[in-house]
Ligand binder design. Structure first.
Ligand SMILES: *[C@@H]1O[C@H](CO)[C@@H](O)[C@H](O)[C@H]1NC(C)=O
Ligand SMILES: *[C@@H]1O[C@H](CO)[C@@H](O)[C@H](O)[C@H]1NC(C)=O
Ligand SMILES: *[C@@H]1O[C@H](CO)[C@@H](O)[C@H](O)[C@H]1NC(C)=O
Ligand SMILES: *[C@@H]1O[C@H](CO)[C@@H](O)[C@H](O)[C@H]1NC(C)=O
Ligand SMILES: *[C@@H]1O[C@H](CO)[C@@H](O)[C@H](O)[C@H]1NC(C)=O
Ligand SMILES: *[C@@H]1O[C@H](CO)[C@@H](O)[C@H](O)[C@H]1NC(C)=O
Ligand SMILES: *[C@@H]1O[C@H](CO)[C@@H](O)[C@H](O)[C@H]1NC(C)=O
Length: 283
């Protein structure tokens, strides 16, 4: 009796582990995050931040979460959208603030400990005037014209298909033979500048070619099958013309439809003003 009882324990624990990282938990955490940022208060997050080993970065640099994070600044959020990856136990949230006094576009990734129900790592790309193609009004405007509604269950792409679509987009930079699966109306929103501004039904994601030869030093994924999306955090050397070796903290969010990339949203931080360009357009 004793033996079989003991033998059952690890199994039960394993089952609980897998079940714990649910979309419900992840939704609760992103909702808390959005509330915290809008209030400029850590209170909604405090109960769910891991007590030990919690890591917080802004633009890939460690920032004092409790003393100096952007979360301490209340913001009127004009838009927020969160993505939940119950398999990898991660989330991604897009925030837009058009307040002319202090506009922001923020992309935040959270890594969650599903057992404890706590956030163990938060990484934000915090963009404002001076960052790549920055225009919060434009980000809001074009974003609102796109369809990011949940994909009906029978039309959902698998995780592998979603990931492959995002990966192909980066792979082609170093391997020109890569076939990037672009939808015939693929459009890309960068900082607030929209490739498809002139023609919403045209394909403009490969406009002007890709940044061939650029090798990103890392890729980190959040995959949400319900929203047909994959977000990739990466470092983007060469983006900042004023600091070409700087792997600019970057997020590429892909909306994928039947394996084809429909929309791309980028959020990229510059070390030098406007990444060394003299305008907020991306050419
Ligand atoms: C998150 O879950 C806790 C515990 O169930 C609940 O008290 C809280 O209201 C939830 N918060 C949000 C923002 O959903
Ligand atoms: C988390 O932060 C601690 C110190 O604050 C550091 O030692 C550790 O390397 C960080 N871990 C990761 C995964 O960045
Ligand atoms: C997750 O939380 C559990 C329970 O608090 C802890 O034992 C474990 O080390 C944590 N895992 C990570 C990866 O932080
Ligand atoms: C920002 O985007 C909006 C909407 O597309 C546009 O009307 C405005 O001119 C843009 N601002 C700048 C500075 O490019
Ligand atoms: C480049 O991409 C092509 C097409 O996907 C593939 O067959 C080839 O193996 C790739 N080459 C390298 C070096 O990865
Ligand atoms: C918009 O793009 C579609 C597809 O490329 C093309 O057929 C159409 O002529 C374009 N319309 C305009 C006004 O450029
Ligand atoms: C930006 O403007 C500065 C000062 O006018 C100029 O020196 C620089 O070459 C310009 N950079 C680009 C990329 O046009």
């Amino acid at each position: 009796m004793r033996l079989s009882l003991l033998a059952c324990l690890p199994l039960a624990a394993t089952g609980a582990l897998a079940a714990d990282c649910s979309r419900e938990l992840l939704r609760n955490l992103t909702a808390r995050y959005v509330t915290a940022q809008s209030q400029g208060s850590l209170t909604p997050l405090s109960p769910v931040v891991a007590r030990w080993g919690f890591n917080y970065t802004e633009n890939q640099e460690a920032v004092d979460f409790r003393g100096a994070s952007v979360l301490l600044r209340p913001m009127r959020l004009d838009h927020h959208r969160s993505f939940h990856d119950a398999v990898a136990c991660r989330t991604f949230t897009e925030l837009i603030v058009t307040d002319p006094a202090a506009p922001y576009v923020i992309g935040t990734r959270m890594a969650v400990n599903g057992t404890a129900g706590t956030i163990r790592k938060m990484e934000s790309i915090v963009t404002k005037p001076g960052d790549w193609a920055f225009n919060a009004t434009g980000y809001l405007y074009w974003n609102a014209r796109e369809d990011w509604s949940p994909v009906p269950p029978e039309k959902r792409d698998t995780r592998a298909v979603l990931k492959a679509a995002g990966d192909a987009y980066f792979d082609v930079w170093t391997n020109r033979s890569t076939v990037v699966p672009l939808d015939s109306a693929c459009g890309r929103l960068e900082g607030g500048s929209y490739t498809n501004a002139g023609n919403f039904s045209g394909e403009t994601c490969d406009l002007g070619g890709y940044p061939y030869g650029i090798r990103v030093p890392y890729r980190e994924y959040v995959i949400d099958e319900e929203l047909g999306a994959v977000d990739i955090f990466d470092g983007f050397p060469g983006l900042d013309r004023g600091a070409p070796d700087y792997p600019a903290p970057d997020s590429h969010l892909f909306r994928v439809n039947q394996g084809k990339i429909r929309f791309i949203h980028t959020v990229s931080h510059c070390k030098t003003w406007n990444c060394g360009l003299n305008s907020t357009t991306f050419k």
